[in-house]
Design a protein around this ligand. Structure first.
Ligand code: IMP
Length: 432
């Protein structure tokens, strides 16, 4: 497999960063294609912890080109801060290993202000966004009023677009939300200075990818969030504002679908969700707390505790369909150690019906309850295990059952946060 898409197959936070970091070894290039700094990867390398929000985790590998595609919404202050953090940690960041699409849209301070104001006005009905301005930025992109990376390099055009936007956004902020208006000058000064810093990194990501794919080099497309947070296919309106499914990797990076060789989905050994919205297998008991505690289930971006629950095969099977998954990668199997009996939702019961697939319309999904199958757990510490055959029998049975119910094989099982804490069943690049 030369060009591979990795996406989250649940509600985000599946551990994609660790997996992309692992697979980056085998590719020349890693590309982000949607989302923004609502994402957050925590990666542990040689005991050092790195948290990345925008820059693909491939940056932790020497000699890998990391690209931020046109489909990503970029907060330039966050990006520059992240670049500086990596430089301080002794990692190289230069136009030799980082390119940002000139066409990516910029998250502006009014996007963040509107995101926060809207959430607070919604009260109990809030989405539970990360408050980073992601939704309002994508709204402007669709509304053709967005400001893109290349606009930072033309001062008069940038000021003109900013003034036009501020006129409308300040009206909304003041008149509708009762919030403070924003002043033009400080934003212009800050963004134009950031633009100078970013200009050497700005390029045409689509052309770059076309060129390197044409010479047989390998590309990894790194999804952010998860399939069920997809704006179209997720649990709307409790979703993010971009398409998170694999099909969008092509749009968000500027490559044709015929260039993609395979898609793998990352799942946790259980399920988590941050923010509002239905969660059929949610656990609100001591087992949920055990998983949250052992799994360190607190957001890398906002620090919010993640809601935890059993693995849900309705969720996973929908992801197999929506993304055309060739296989699964399971993370955090070690977190389940010590739970005597593991439940897995194998189907739903909805008003006397058993739907064939997971309903993604809110009312229908809210009406569903899980139908569980129970699997005996294991007590042994599995973090040192590197071969499937060395796992406790009950862990092997759990994994085999997941494969069978998903209808696709497991490629990798992660048993700890470290780079080497994995069981490789079928290496995604084995048949390169
Ligand atoms: P937004 O993307 O900040 O607009 O948030 C919309 C919804 O997506 C909220 O429920 C967030 O908690 C969720 N969300 C956004 N990014 C992530 C992520 O990286 N992991 C998990 N949930 C996320």
């Amino acid at each position: 497999m030369a060009n591979l898409i990795i996406i989250g197959a649940q509600w985000g936070d599946e551990g994609k960063g660790k997996i992309v970091d692992l697979l980056a070894e085998q590719v020349n290039c890693v590309v982000r294609f949607q989302g923004g700094n609502n994402a957050g990867h925590t990666i542990v390398v040689d005991g050092r912890k790195f948290i990345l929000h925008l820059i693909p985790s491939g940056i932790l590998h020497p000699g890998k080109m990391c690209l931020i595609g046109n489909g990503v919404v970029v907060d330039p202050a966050v990006l520059v801060e992240e670049m500086d953090g990596l430089l301080r940690g002794g990692l190289p960041v230069s136009p030799q290993n980082l390119m940002i699409s000139r066409h990516a849209h910029l998250i502006m301070p009014y996007h963040q202000a509107l995101d926060l104001a809207r959430e607070s006005k919604k009260g109990k009905a809030k989405i539970g966004t990360t408050g980073r301005g992601i939704g309002p930025c994508y709204e402007d992109r669709a509304g053709r009023t967005g400001i893109r990376v290349h606009d930072l390099f033309d001062e008069s055009l940038f000021r003109q677009k900013l003034a036009q936007n501020l006129e409308e956004k300040n009206f909304m902020l003041q008149q509708f939300f009762g919030a403070e208006p924003l002043a033009l000058e400080p934003i212009a000064d800050q963004y134009l200075a950031l633009g100078q810093r970013l200009q050497p990194f700005a390029g045409n990501v689509s052309q770059y990818l076309d060129r390197i794919m044409g010479t047989g080099r390998h590309v990894l497309f790194e999804g952010a969030q998860g399939t069920h947070l997809d704006i179209d296919h997720g649990t709307y309106p409790f979703v993010t504002s971009s398409n998170t499914v694999a099909g969008h990797a092509c749009c968000g990076a500027g490559v044709g679908p015929t260039r993609i060789d395979a898609v793998l989905g990352v799942i946790k050994a259980y399920t988590t969700r941050v923010g509002g919205g239905p969660f059929t297998t949610e656990l609100q008991d001591s087992t949920g707390e055990y998983i949250q505690e052992r799994g360190g289930e607190f957001g890398a971006t906002t620090g919010r505790p993640r809601r935890c629950g059993w693995l849900d095969m309705m969720v996973v099977r929908s992801s197999v369909r929506l993304n055309g998954l060739a296989g699964l990668i399971m993370t955090k199997l070690d977190v389940l150690t010590g739970i005597p009996a593991l439940k897995v939702a194998v189907a739903y019961e909805c008003d006397g019906d058993r739907p064939e697939t997971m309903p993604n319309e809110l009312r229908s999904l809210e009406a569903c309850g899980p139908i569980y199958e129970e699997f005996p757990g294991w007590e042994e510490d599995i973090r040192g295990v590197r071969r499937f055959a060395d796992l406790p029998g009950n862990a092997q049975n759990y994994l085999r059952a997941v494969e069978e119910m998903a209808g696709v094989p497991l490629a990798i099982v992660s048993v700890g946060p470290g780079r080497d804490e994995n069981i490789i069943l079928q290496h995604p690049f084995a048949d390169r």
